[in-house]
Design a protein around this ligand. Structure first.
Ligand code: FES
Length: 79
């Protein structure tokens, strides 16, 4: 089971976190038993806006996250 924490706080939402979330949710429909998504209000990394959006894949913290990067990290762990 891969656990993804995604920050949906205001800073991260402003710079695309919700797009990442949407794609993750689609992936979860394909792998319902292997992917757990948790929304977090703020991961305290957005003091510097360049760090947003922030996503954690298991223990791997990703700053300035982009959809493709997050999805490939998740897929590496699912397969
Ligand atoms: S809003 Fe995402 S880390 Fe603060």
């Amino acid at each position: 089971m891969v656990k993804v924490e995604i920050c949906v706080g205001s800073h991260c939402s402003l710079v695309g976190a919700l797009n990442i979330l949407e794609t993750l949710e689609e992936l979860q429909e394909e792998y319902p038993d292997q992917l757990k998504i948790e929304r977090v209000e703020c991961m305290d990394r957005c003091g510097d806006i360049k760090n947003a959006p922030v996503v954690k894949v298991d223990d791997d913290l990703i700053t300035s996250a982009q959809t493709q990067m997050v999805i490939s990290k998740v897929m590496e762990r699912i397969k």
